[in-house]
Design a protein around this ligand. Sequence first.
Ligand SMILES: [Zn+2]
Length: 354
Amino acid sequence: MKYSINLDDAEFINLVNLSLGLYKPLKGFNSKKEVENIISHKKIDKKKQWTVPILLNAKKKINLLNKEYFLIYKKNKVGIIKVKSLFKIDKKKFCKKIFNTNSINHPTVRHIYNSSNNYVCGDITVFKNYFKDDKNFGYNIYRFNNKIFSNSAVFTTRNICHLGHEHIHKKIIKSNKKLLVCIIQSEKNKFDPDLVIKSYKQLKNKKKIYKNIQIIKIYLPLLMAGPKEAFLQAVYLNNLNCKYFVVGRDHAGFNDNYRKYESQKIFNKLNSLKIKIIKTNEPLLCKNCKTVYFSNTEKCRCKLNLNRLISSIDGKFIKKLLLQNNFAKVSKFLSSEVVSFCLENIKQIQKFKG
Ligand SMILES: [Zn+2]
């Protein structure tokens, strides 16, 4: 076999997830027919609900006479695909339906527009579990203890924990659920995922309420597909037998691309999964009394409720302040334990400007 297809980082992650059964019922990269079903009906076929096509780009027009292709990632042969068909997508329709925009300011939309319009599907063979040596990888833990997720409420994140997150965590822990913090490693992360794991381990050691949490890592591409990405995460976690999944007001969002709470509403219609969705409101910070509270359902301590005193807690803004070394401003959004962690690790944080 002298023919091959090179995989980018996101395709490699998808390949491994497919091979480990983490995208069940999907077994391989989507076909043209499946892509059309997904973007028009949020289904792979007549029954199975699905929201984001999992695509394999051939990078160039390939010769179908040679049906088996090596899959190459970082110059290594990682698997084989027996190509069934080569197809094009309607990029404009695809991006509008999946990402709610055709603007190339959206990173995944830009990536699709910059890619060759040659996609392939077919049976795949993967040579091994390439994340086998990652002891934090949720699937590896699940293999040895398949009960680990069955009682847990999963909170997925790529970011350092801020007070808004802590407010959500407290709500879960106080409702007697086991909190499982799941760090997502993607082709590109704002923070080094291993550093985020370290920060949560510090919280676990230093803050009483975090004493019994579990911290794991999973691999998923960064799509910024909002509600559709929330559903993909739910599918993934459902395949690990997770009981609850926490979905925030702008889960997997990008700027103002999706409406607030849209990532939660999608589960009203797509309800085929066993996993239960915990929907959380927007956490706000009152600058006057310094309490964090949920919009709509809670009030802050001083109850002044003045717009000029209310601040949303924005992970992107926090990251920006950390990069600027602006601890005077960022500290009000973080617990003292996280502030001291960030100060201790500021070099590693600033290295990761992604
Ligand atoms: Zn207040």
